[in-house]
Design a protein around this ligand. Structure first.
Ligand SMILES: [Zn+2]
Length: 59
């Protein structure tokens, strides 16, 4: 038996992407940030590279 075991990516919980988050801060309520809200776009998970699973490494 030489099958590769994959397990759910612990970083994205199998979602394949890191969900973007929106944050507000009073400090940003000026000039460049219109409403004081800054959002991060969804990002492909760097741990599993968008696969949702990672190779299980047994040591
Ligand atoms: Zn992941």
């Amino acid at each position: 038996m030489s099958e590769t075991k994959n397990e759910q990516c612990p970083t994205c919980q199998g979602n394949k992407v890191i969900e973007g988050v929106c944050e507000t801060s009073p400090e940003w309520q000026s000039t460049e940030h219109d409403d004081g809200m800054v959002c991060t776009p969804d990002t492909k998970c760097p741990t599993c590279h968008g696969t949702g699973v990672v190779e299980k490494s047994e040591k």
